[in-house]
Design a protein around this ligand. Structure first.
Ligand code: ZN
Length: 244
């Protein structure tokens, strides 16, 4: 089975469309949260994702903020402005869909969370120390997380040693390591933060036992124009071209 894993779409429909065509063929599509927030097309992104066959998702902090389930006090000024704008745009059916998303779910050997299994909405796994603590918070060999918008892999070997690796560009990692456990981050679709403006995604192939990180270019300027047209903060549009 080939599983497409995406995260942090952030209402960037143009990036999402590029990823959904580059990610084929897949049997399932899993999204690790933050479908909305920051970007200009929140309703369209939810509509497109829910129309995908075998789609599974968890909620991110921006999804819950947009429906008022969590406050925006912890957001920076630009994120808070975007969350308010998003809240005003959401259609009732989209709002209901986001409200029904769990913060944690699992499928087979995989646990899915936005930030981390220990703190699904807010915790960032950016280093080996945080990863180590989180290996105690899920069962099975694999956990998939987003939230940082930085592609990465964290491994726990049978001796208990935890390693953290950022994934630059495109790369493939073998998951065929008996006794090892993995936390995998696909990077961000709609707002990459690793210095590479291309949309990031991951394909897990359970037969080959591989995780493959991929990037795809999209029309960044078109997304920026849409953001400026609806008066989302310039800072949020500018950062898309820089990938951070
Ligand atoms: Zn995000």
């Amino acid at each position: 089975m080939r599983i497409g894993v995406i995260s942090d779409v952030h209402a960037n429909l143009i990036a999402l469309e590029a990823v959904l065509s580059a990610i084929q063929p897949i049997d399932q599509l899993w999204c690790l949260g933050d479908i909305v927030g920051y970007g200009p097309q929140p309703n369209d992104c939810v509509d497109l994702l829910v129309s995908q066959p075998k789609f599974l998702a968890v909620a991110g902090n921006h999804d819950y903020a947009a429906i008022g389930r969590i406050g925006i006090e912890a957001f920076n000024r630009f994120a808070a402005l975007a969350a308010q704008w998003t809240a005003e745009q959401l259609r009732p059916t989209v709002r209901e869909y986001l409200a029904a998303l769990p913060t944690l779910t699992s499928s087979g050997e995989f646990t899915l969370a936005h930030g981390s299994p220990r703190g699904p909405l807010w915790e960032y796994i950016l280093n080996a120390r945080t990863a180590q603590a989180n290996f105690e918070h899920f069962h099975g060999p694999f956990c998939l997380v987003g939230h940082t918008h930085v592609p990465a892999v964290f491994t726990l070997d049978p001796a208990g040693d935890v390693q953290a690796h950022r994934v630059a560009g495109e790369a493939e990692v073998s998951l065929a390591r008996p006794g090892w456990r993995f936390i995998l981050n696909p990077g961000g679709v709609g707002q990459p933060r690793d210095g590479d403006p291309r949309a990031a995604f991951l394909v897990v192939d359970t037969e080959r036992a591989t995780a493959t990180w991929r990037r795809v270019s999209y029309d960044v300027e078109r997304t920026q124009r849409l953001m400026r047209r609806v008066h989302l903060p310039d800072r949020l549009a500018d950062r898309l071209a820089q990938g951070h």
